[in-house]
Design a binder for this molecule. Structure first.
Ligand SMILES: [Ca+2]
Ligand SMILES: [Ca+2]
Ligand SMILES: [Ca+2]
Ligand SMILES: [Ca+2]
Length: 312
């Protein structure tokens, strides 16, 4: 059974009187451990920091109820396990469950069983500690399909699932590589060595792994060396940097020899990447260049501010 539910809400948006009032009214089959399944698809939650669950079940005998929750990663937590029943007896004999399940609550749901006043108030209510800890989900991906199973384990009394809601504290993964590339000179002649320095920072809030830089070399140069070591594939040089913690910077160098006279700009570009999606990928490619000339009788420095025409 697919149930359309309201989207998940963050704790900041949670009204103080709990987010109930969305009746699903799905009948729970009597004494049927398979019970019913209800699921909802969550988006926008990369890493769970904390999860609470709001749950509302109309049932004549709450001691019959078992409720489990399964995460998109397949972690299964038993939220409600026949309140008041510990292998003997009949569990809580009163009606109605309307609670927010929260590891940080003071009272355990298992021990709650208030006189329902003839069904006018829930026998189990308030903010309560679930039977198994919701912290089993912490650190997991929140986005995806969450499945709630509600079942009844004793004959006679029955009820309906009215509502359930996932209340997340989430953090977003944020990897953001920011490279800069510099040449150690502004001009060069054939035979000169030019050293390019790549300065790479992860300005995101999450660690990056599998970080590498790929340099594209122009014609008319030979690759001499790189620090750390690199692999060459034609005009592409790949340098691996592994992990980069938030705020961490690496410096890498690449040395080239100019083999031909390249009139104009000799430009090297570098593109960086990581295993994670970069939250701002538009700054991941950078370039730096030097001007190349023969020089004559001495050298003529050329930079971007002076136009000098060199004739062969
Ligand atoms: Ca129990
Ligand atoms: Ca909590
Ligand atoms: Ca029953
Ligand atoms: Ca970036």
């Amino acid at each position: 059974m697919v149930l359309a539910l309201t989207p998940w809400i963050s704790k900041a948006d949670l009204p103080t009187d709990t987010p109930h009032g969305f009746p699903l009214e799905v009948p729970i089959p009597d004494c049927h451990p398979g019970g019913i399944l209800s699921w909802q698809t969550i988006s926008g939650c990369d890493t769970i920091e904390d999860l609470d669950v709001a749950l509302e079940i109309d049932h004549q005998w709450t001691g019959d109820l078992v409720v489990t929750l399964e995460s998109p990663s397949g972690t299964l937590v038993t939220l409600v396990d026949r309140p008041g029943y510990d292998g003997s007896g009949y569990g809580c004999q009163f009606a109605g469950l309307s609670a927010v399940l929260d590891d940080e609550a003071a009272l355990a749901l298992e021990d709650q069983c208030n006189d329902d006043g003839g069904g006018t108030i829930p026998s189990i209510s308030g903010t309560l500690i679930p039977n198994e800890s919701l912290s089993a989900f912490d650190g997991e991906l929140g986005s995806g399909v969450w499945t709630l199973r509600v079942s009844d384990w004793a004959e006679e009394n029955t009820g309906k699932l009215m509502n359930w809601q996932l209340i997340f504290d989430c953090s977003s993964r944020d990897v953001n590589l920011r490279p800069e590339l510099f040449a150690d000179r502004t001009w060069a002649r054939p035979g000169d060595t030019v050293i390019f320095t790549l300065q790479l920072v992860n300005v995101g809030s999450e660690s990056a792994s599998g970080v590498e830089a790929v340099y594209a070399l122009p014609a008319g140069v030979d690759w001499l060396w790189a620090e750390p070591g690199a692999l060459a594939d034609g005009a592409l040089i790949t340098q691996r940097h592994g992990n980069l913690a938030p705020g961490e910077m690496v410096k890498a160098r690449l040395a080239l020899t100019v083999t031909d006279v390249q009139w104009g700009l000799l430009k090297v570009s570098a593109r960086v990447r990581a295993d994670q999606t970069d939250s701002y990928p538009w700054d991941n490619q950078v370039s730096a260049g030097v001007r190349v000339g023969l020089g004559s009788g001495g050298s003529i420095p050329i930079d971007g501010h002076i136009n000098v025409e060199i004739k062969p």
